[in-house]
Design a protein around this ligand. Structure first.
Ligand code: SF4
Length: 343
C-alpha cells in the first residue's frame, strides 16, 4: 500500500481521520503538535497508544526535505537548495528584516508561465508541490539554520495560483495554532496574474496579503515580458484586482521589476500611475536581478529615481525593494538552474 505524507493533512483532516478509524478526536491535536515539533518517527510521539502508532506507520510517513546546497550573501540572506523525496529540487531564501526572519518559498518544481526575465521557467513545469512539501520548505530551513521564521512569501519558483488547492491547504496548515502558527497577515502570495484564481482567492477572504506581478501597465510590453498577459490582459487583471480589493478591503501590492530601456521610462511611470490611480494598493519597484543568458539589464539609478518621483507625485505609495542576496544568484530560480546544468 502506498503511504501518504502526513504533513499534507490539515488539522481538520487529521481529526476526521481519527474519527473515521474509531480513535478519539483529541488524538489529532497530539499528532499535529508532534509533527510540528519536528519528530521524525511516529514512535517518538510519546503520548500516543500503540494501535494509533501502528495505524500511522502502516498508512503514513513524515515527509522531510534536505538542504543539499546553500549560499550565504554578505547581507546575511541565505539561499537553500532543497531536495524532495523524488529527487526534484526547489529553492527557498531566508532573509532578515527588522521585524524578524522571512522565507521566500517555491510552490512548484519549475513553472509554466514563461516570464521572459525569469530563470525558473526554462525547463517548464515539472510538477506541483504538495502542501506538505511547502510546509517542509519552512521546517527544513528552520532545522538547518536554527532560526524561527515569522513571515512567508510565496514568491519563489512557480506560480502559486497554478497550484491553487495545495497552496490554500498550505495556508491553513501553516496558520494553525497547534502547528507552525504563522499568522495570515504575515504571509504574502504573489501571482503573475491568473485572473480566475484572483476571484477565487478574494472569495476565500483570508487575511493574507496578495502581490500581483505587473511589470508594465502597457499590454504590448507586458505580453512580451509575461505571456500570461495574452490570456488575461491588463483590463481583465485590473477588474479582478478591483474585485479582490472591494471584497476583502485589503490592499494589493503591485510588483514592478525595472528593466533598462523596456519598462522604465517616464512614459511608463505615467501609464502606471494612471492605471493604478485611486486603487487601494502599494507599488513595489524591484531593480531586476541580472540573469545569466538573459539580455535584460537593471535600470539606471537616475531612471529609477525619476520613475519613483512620477509615481509619488500621482499620490500612490511606492517603495524600492531593498536588494537582498544579489551576490548569491538571488533572483528566483537561479540556484536551481545552475544545479540542473551541473547535474
Ligand atoms: S516569474 Fe514567477 S510566474 Fe513568472 S516564470 Fe518565473 S516563477 Fe513563473
Amino acid at each position: 500500500m502506498v503511504k501518504s505524507n502526513i504533513k499534507n493533512l490539515t488539522f481538520e483532516e487529521l481529526e476526521g481521520l481519527m474519527l473515521d478509524n474509531g480513535y478519539p478526536k483529541y488524538r489529532a491535536r497530539q499528532i499535529f503538535q508532534w509533527i510540528y515539533k519536528d519528530v521524525e518517527k511516529f514512535k517518538d510521539m510519546k503520548n500516543l497508544p500503540k494501535d494509533i502508532i501502528e495505524y500511522l506507520n502502516e498508512n503514513y510517513y513524515i515527509g522531510r526535505a534536505h538542504a543539499i546546497d546553500k549560499q550565504q550573501s554578505k547581507d546575511g540572506t541565505i539561499k537553500y537548495l532543497l531536495v524532495l523525496e523524488d529527487n526534484n529540487v526547489v529553492e527557498c531564501v531566508l532573509m532578515k528584516y527588522k521585524h524578524g526572519y522571512s522565507i521566500c518559498i517555491s510552490s512548484q518544481v519549475g513553472c509554466r508561465m514563461h516570464c521572459s526575465f525569469c530563470a525558473s521557467t526554462e525547463g517548464g513545469l515539472v510538477r506541483n508541490l504538495s502542501a506538505g512539501e511547502m510546509i517542509e520548505e519552512i521546517m527544513a530551513v528552520e532545522r538547518e539554520s536554527g532560526i524561527k521564521i515569522s513571515n512567508i512569501v510565496i514568491m519563489g519558483i512557480g506560480e502559486p495560483f497554478d497550484n491553487y488547492n495545495e497552496v490554500i491547504k498550505f495556508l491553513k496548515i501553516v496558520n494553525h495554532k497547534d502547528g507552525i502558527n504563522i499568522g495570515m497577515r504575515h504571509i504574502t502570495i504573489s501571482t503573475s496574474g491568473l485572473v480566475p484564481a484572483i476571484y477565487d482567492f478574494a472569495d476565500e477572504n483570508l487575511q493574507c496579503n496578495l502581490a500581483v506581478s505587473l511589470h508594465s501597465a502597457n499590454d504590448e510590453i507586458r505580453s512580451m515580458l509575461m505571456p500570461i498577459n495574452r490570456k488575461y490582459n491588463i483590463e481583465e487583471l485590473m477588474k479582478a484586482c478591483d474585485y479582490y480589493i472591494e471584497n476583502t478591503n485589503r490592499r494589493i501590492t503591485f510588483e514592478y521589476a525595472l528593466i533598462d530601456g523596456i519598462n522604465d521610462s517616464q512614459e511608463d511611470a505615467k501609464t502606471l500611475s494612471k492605471l493604478l490611480k485611486e486603487k487601494l494598493c502599494h507599488i513595489n519597484l524591484i531593480p531586476i536581478n541580472p540573469v545569466k543568458g538573459k539580455e535584460y539589464k537593471r535600470s539606471e539609478l537616475s531612471n529609477i529615481n525619476e520613475f519613483i518621483k512620477i509615481i509619488r507625485e500621482s499620490g500612490l505609495p511606492v517603495t524600492l525593494r531593498r536588494e537582498l542576496g544579489t551576490d548569491i544568484q538571488g533572483a528566483c530560480g537561479q540556484l536551481r538552474k545552475s544545479y540542473l546544468s551541473d547535474n
